[in-house]
Every structure is written in C-alpha cells, then in structure tokens.
Ligand binder design. Structure first.
Ligand code: C5P
Length: 219
C-alpha cells in the first residue's frame, strides 16, 4: 500500500503524513527533504544552484537516511544530522530551484520509486500522486489559505529565529507556490483521483482522522 499526500508548503502534509504512518505502522518518506538535501549540500559547498550538472551529481551521490524517532524523524545526509538545517527557509527556496531541474527530478523520483516498491509507505511531496506513484492506492491533496500556511510556518520557526517577520514568511510561501505551480516539469497539481482536503480551519487531529477514515472506509 502506498499513500500519497501532495500539496503546497505549509498545508500540513508532513505533520499529518507522519501521524498517519505512525498509526498504520508504515514508513514515512518526506520527499521534500530529498530536494532540500540537494540544496543544502550545494549551499554548504558554495555551489551555484542553477548549475544543473553539479546539482545532478549531488542528487546521484547523496546518501539520505530517514530514521524514525519520538518527534517524527531524523534526516541524515551523508551521515550528518541535517534535520534542523533542512527546515530553514533558505534551504526550502534552494530546494524549489533544484526541483525544477529535469535530471535532479529523474534521479530523486527513481529513488522514491525504489523506496515505494518495498510497500507500506506514506509519501508526501508535490508530485507523488501524479508522477512518482500515479497508481498509488490512496491519494490526498491538501490545500490551505496562504495566510494560514504562513502563520503555521512562522509558529514552527520563530522559536529558533525571533526576528522572523510573518509578512515576509507569507510572501515567501506565495513565491514558492508560484514556482512549484508554474515550473515546466512536474508542476504542483492535484491528481484527478486525489481527495482534496482543505486544512485551513481544521486541527492536525481532524485532518489525520479524515485521512485515516478515508483509508479505512473509502466512499
Ligand atoms: O515540502 P517541502 O517544503 O519540504 O519541499 C521543498 C521544495 O521541494 C518544494 O517547494 C518543491 O519545490 C520541491 N519538491 C518537489 N517535489 C516533491 C517534494 C518537494 O518539487 N515531491
């Protein structure tokens, strides 16, 4: 069984995907963290993110490990704990840049399919239901107002960065939506057979319940 959860930044997909995976005893795979890892390594090494050949080389050789823990999971990139760094908005922006590159996508999609072949996986991203696993058993597409998504991101990041400005965060979310929805390859789009869930006014528990109910009792 493969459960695909797609949607824009801050729609709640990673939080809910983790909880759904825990409840079902499935593996949770955060594909955004894979694109973020490529950007993170490139930024750390001062590389030009527009250099597709260099980015593909990173995507090809990178070792990414997802280790479940009490708070969700630890992400090891080439053996280094990158969990906190990967959440950084600069890394998120960089991820959107490398995610628009065909060779990077090909390499990471191949890895995601390989992981999915083992079965019993909850995978979240932008193109899981449309490109990575179009045949997946269950597809969800989360949406939420940009203001609400910005507020969630702000709450998540402000303890580590008190200087954060909510207006700027909302603007960054809108910019990333624009880039993800308008890129040529695998733009963010709802799969026809995905169930759309508007999470704007729902709690994490309510969304998780809705997803689990749909998995257990499809209508
Ligand atoms: O979900 P997250 O915010 O971690 O994703 C970071 C970026 O990686 C997204 O803005 C998007 O550009 C890219 N991404 C993608 N396809 C995926 C997952 C993430 O293009 N399956």
């Amino acid at each position: 069984m493969i459960i695909a959860i797609d949607g824009p930044a801050g729609s709640g997909k990673s939080t809910v995907a983790k909880l759904v995976a825990k409840k079902l005893n499935y593996r949770y795979i955060d594909t955004g963290a894979m694109y973020r890892s490529v950007a993170w390594v490139a930024q750390k090494n001062g590389l030009n993110l527009a250099d597709e050949i260099a980015m593909a080389k990173i995507a090809e050789n990178l070792k990414i490990e997802f280790i479940p823990n009490a708070n969700g999971q630890t992400v090891l990139v080439d053996g280094e704990n990158a969990t906190t760094d990967l959440k950084n908005e600069v890394v998120g922006k960089g991820a959107a840049t490398v995610a628009a590159q065909e060779s990077v996508r090909e390499l990471l999609v191949a890895r995601q399919r390989q992981i999915g072949e083992t079965g019993n996986v909850v995978m979240d991203g932008r193109d899981i239901g449309t490109v990575v696993f179009p045949q997946s058993d269950k597809k969800f597409f989360f949406v939420a107002d940009a203001e609400e998504r910005g507020r969630r991101r702000y709450e998540e990041l402000k303890s580590k960065n008190p200087e954060l400005d909510l207006k700027i965060i909302i603007e960054e979310i809108r910019q990333r939506d624009y880039e993800d929805c308008n890129r040529k390859i695998s733009p963010l789009v709802k799969a026809e057979d995905a169930l759309e869930v508007d999470t704007t006014r729902l709690s994490i528990e309510e969304v998780t319940d809705q997803v689990l109910k749909n998995i257990n009792n499809p209508t």
